[in-house]
Each structure stands twice: as C-alpha cells, then as structure tokens.
Ligand binder design. Sequence first.
Ligand SMILES: [Zn+2]
Length: 702
Amino acid sequence: MSDAALRIAWLTAELLRHNRLYHEENAPEISDQAYDTLFRELEALEGEHPDKARPDSPTRIVGGAAVSELKSFVHVVPMLSLQNGYRRSAGEEAPPSDDRWGGPYEDLLEWESGKPRRSGGLRRLLGEAAPRAIAYVVEPKLDGLAMELVYVDGEFVAGGTRGDGAVGEDVTHNLRTLANLPRRLIGAPAGRISVRGEVLFDLAGFERMNSEREARGEKRFENPRNSAAGTMRQLDPAMCRDRPLQFFAHSAGEHPDAPPSHHELLEQFVRWGFTVSPLCRRCVGLEAAIAAIAAIEASRAELPYEIDGAVIKVDNVALQEELGFVTRSPRWAMAFKYPPAQVHTRLASVLFSVGRTGQVTPVAQLEPARVGGVTVRNASLHNEHQMLRVLGLREGDRLVIQRAGDVIPEVVAAVDEPGREERPRVLYPELCPVCGHPLLRSLADEGKPEMVQIRCPNSFGCAAQVEGALRHFASRLAMDIEGLGEKLVGQLVAAGLALRPSDLYALAGRAPDLVALDRMGEQSARNLLDSIELSKGRPLDRVLLALGVPMVGEATARELARHFRGVEPLLAATVDELDAVPNVALTTATAIHGFFADAGNRAEIAALQAVGVRFVPPPALAAGPLTGKTFVLTGTLPSMGRDEMKLRIEAAGGKVAGSVSKKTDFVVAGAEAGAKLDKATELGVPVLDQAGALALIAGGNS
Ligand SMILES: [Zn+2]
C-alpha cells in the first residue's frame, strides 16, 4: 500500500476506536481537539485520494453504534453532529478587528465568509440570498448526553440516546424520572413531534451527590458527563430517580409545523414547558455573535452546569434549508469550542498504578482543586518521559492542571518557583508497587521516548494484573458475566478462589467458600454461578476479546473469528496467515502470534476448553461459489450500479472491499475505472468485466 493508503487505514481504525471509547464505553482517551486533528487529517487525505477512502470511514458516519441490553431507539430524522471550530489562543479577549485572519475567532470568520482566495463559506454559498447581516442564535454547548424525546398529541411517549445518529438506546424509563422533563406539552399541536437536547447534572447537584456517596463510603464520581451517561443507561430507573439530572432542549427532530426561525422555536419550547438555557441569544451579524460567544466563555466558571463551548446556528430556517448539509453535519451550524479549563494546584504525591497488562502508569494525586466547576483530585502524567523529561516533576510541585471535556484531567506543566531545584525529583519505583516484583523497561525506540513501557512481568502473581484480567474477562463486551464486579473480583483474588479466568468455572464446586464471602448470600452466589455457566457459550470473538489478546479490539476479534472459525486454527496460525486476515496489519499479526505462542496463555486456553468454554464459531456466511473471495469494484458498469453488483457478490458468499491490496482476489472494472484498476494491474490481480463477474456469480468457471 502507498503511504497515503496506509495513513488513511490507520486514521480510520484509530478514529473508529476513539468513537467507540467515547460513544459506547464513556471512556475517551483523547481530547476533542486531538480527535478533531486526526479527523481533519483523514478528511484532507480522503479528499486527495478518494479511491483510498474506506467504506467504514468515520467521516461518513456519525459516532459509534448502540450496544447494550437496552432496546434500540430509532431516530426518524438522523441526529447529526456539528462541525467544530476552535478558539485559537487562550487568554486575551480580542474583539474582532480588521486584522481578523489568524485571530482567535478565525474558524468562525472562515465559516461565514470562506477562506480568502478559496471557496466555501455561508456567504458564498448563499450568494444573492445572503442578507447584509446574517442573524444567528448563539447557545452554550452543554456538556451532557444528547437525547431525543418523542411526544404524540403533546404526551411524552419515548426517548432515546443519540447512539450512531440513526439508532440509539431507548431510555424512556429513566427519562420519566427527570423532574424538569415535561410529561405533557402545554398547547402543543396534535401529532408526533420530537425534541432534542442534552441530559446533564447541574454542578451543585453533582457535588451534593458526591458528598453523600462519600459519607456512605462509596466512590466519588469524577466526571458529570460520564456519570450522566452511566445513569441514563441503568436498567432500573430507581437509581436515576435519586440523581439530580436535567433536560435542556435545543432543537427539533420531527416537527412538521416548525416556526420559521430558530429563536422562535426556542421560545416555543419554553411555552411548551421545556427548560432552555437562559444564555441563548439571537445576534444580528457575526460580530454580535462573537461577542455573545465571548460573553458565555467569560461566565463559564460561574455557570451551574458544564459547557465546553458555544453553538452558533443560522437563525432563519429558510436560509438553513438553502445551505443544507455536508456529509455528516449541517452547514448552517457550528460548535465553537473553548480552550480547556486550567487551574493551578499542588502535587501531593504520585501513585504508580498497575494495569491489566502490567503496564505501570504515573497518576498525580493533587490537593483538590476546582476546574470548570468540578473538583479534581488526580490527573494523568501519561508516562515516564512526560513525567521526567517534559514536566521534570519534583515533589510538592505547583502544577497546571487541564480538564478538557470528559477526558481525564492532565498535568500540562509544573510551575517554576524559587527553591524548586532543591526538591527531589519524582522517580519511577524499581519494584512493582503491588507485588514487589522488579519492573521491566522496554527498549527505547530511537526518537520515540514516550513509547518506552515499564511493566511488571509477574502476570499471574501480581494482584493488580490478576484482578484486571478477571475484570476484563467478565466485562460486558467480553464474557458478560453479570454480578462479577470490581469488588467481588477483589474478594475472589484475596480469598485465592480465582487467579485466572478458568478458575471462575471451578467456583461451582466451591459454593460454600463463595457464600462465605462478605455480602454474598446463597441467592447471589447461585445467580453468579448461573451467569458464569451461561458465559461458556459466548461466541469466539468475545472469548478472544476476553482473553486480552494484545492489539485485538472488537472489530479485529470479529475478523479473526470469521477467518479462523475456531481457537485451534488460531493457535496454529503463522504470522503470515494472521497478516492475511482482512484489516489485520503486520504489527498486530506479530502481537497476536506472540500471545498464542506463550506457554502460559496456551495453558489457560486449554484450561478454559477443559472446563467447558465452547469458543462458539460465528454463523457461516451465505456459502456460495464466491465464498472466501474478496472483490473490489471500480468504474461504471454497463447495466447495473456498483451497489447492485456488491449485493450480488455478497449473496454468492463473496466480500467486497474498498481498496485493492494483495488480499484482493478480483477487481470488477467498468468504464472510466481509475487508480484501482492501475493498482490491480500492478499487483497482478485478475480483472473482470460485468459479464465475467456475473458468470462467476452464477457458478460458471472463470
Ligand atoms: Zn506486580
């Protein structure tokens, strides 16, 4: 593959992974800005190399997919996401001047007027229809959970999360417990209407809830947005009822008789009984809108809820319709993000935490500080390089902490202050803080000091790793063993009842020991044993995920399961055979091979088979004359669309991929076939025309 194709493939996989972390697991790893940088790079590369773009590219879809036991909730009108703009530099409150370009509001100016000497911009798109001053509505961008509510004849009937924009999760049972959600709209028209907005904690309520949790000896919630998301997904609405969540309305989905402007829509929402943020403003002209955006930012620290920016929308609905949509976002609206909130506080100590894979990461324990309305007690130091070289961390340092959206707060700098040089540096321990085993350091890769990993190699004897591996094994997306939570895993390990996943299946023979555990009654022990038994029939891909094979996420696990259809072939696979699996890169293939070559892992897999875990292969694809063959389509076919050809190939058991590689079996080329055909010729991949492809599908010989 060319460099561009490789980079596109990597960006696609990485963005999809971050989408999943953000939308499905509520555990984002990178800030919105970092995500957006990757996203823009992918968009630009796809623009330059449209033939290399992947069909599953995140530039073509919105967010992640809905997963859970909750029912799905279909959005009749898709819930799209907004394009993002950023305020450039922190600090100065620069009013827009003649010297606009390069200023803090550059993205907004570009959005309205386009880039100098380039196309785009609302004004150019509207042409003659553009008013001299465009009217906008500026709203705070509430950092909550996006939600759609459906009303029929004014009565609340259902509501669901955004999910992937087309299908979310039905959380009606929890929404009914929200105190400010109108059950009946005052004066709403007959028929079906859907209202969209955000569900979030007000910060005072969030702090109060945390104090109560602390008083009961429970763990504090770190982050309002994640807690709101977790609460809304509970199956039992009792928990939601106890938590101070609110709904803020900001737009309509289905609304056949909507008012002609956005500000009138918001006024209508208020009349109907919804809460609308009092910070929403109608502004005539971009300068007024920028002033409103700056005013919201200035009041940010005093707001009763979290925001991470402002949303600016063209007010006039007729103009909105004129402007329309780009692939995944309306052109007439933009989310304008503020720089992350920062605060100074002092380092109390550094905790070295040991993860499931034995990796040791430093976490700064802080004197509690309020950032963006939330109390922060610890912050990520990322790795040794960051801690030692970038920050040069010393004991008792005064630190700049940054909190962006719902990412874990991070330490961005240590403040230079008198006497600092005399204080000792913070160093990595030589022994594992959990089990005392000497730590191992991976070799430094030239030029990538941040990639050095420090691990505890005592995989099966280190409580942190044993517990981490068991928790991961039992987690929802893996073996989904209900009732086996963090606390119980800790108890099982401490009591010596389970040290490896296979031990869980032996618990059935040790029921008395299980019942003797703290807070474990006979009934809950029985339920736990039932769900452990049930997990023996999990499909192969989920067992692979549960085993914690390095670099193997859900998508790769599914590919491996589809390709090998059993655990024995996987155990026997060479690196080359693994590399030949669609969407498995050589580095991943090498890591997977290393995992299955390890004696300890092989023994554990054998133990799982011995206790009855079945590694159930996925259902066979429609078998046909093309089973096992991968096709790439290009150009215009004489008498059918490419979509139809794709369906026919798939119905015959074949697969259709987006780009040509050495794994491609056939390229089907029509008129004006471009780079894909060149590539096929270059790689010696057989090329078929429409008739040839149809003959192959019909089972004739090629
Ligand atoms: Zn250890």
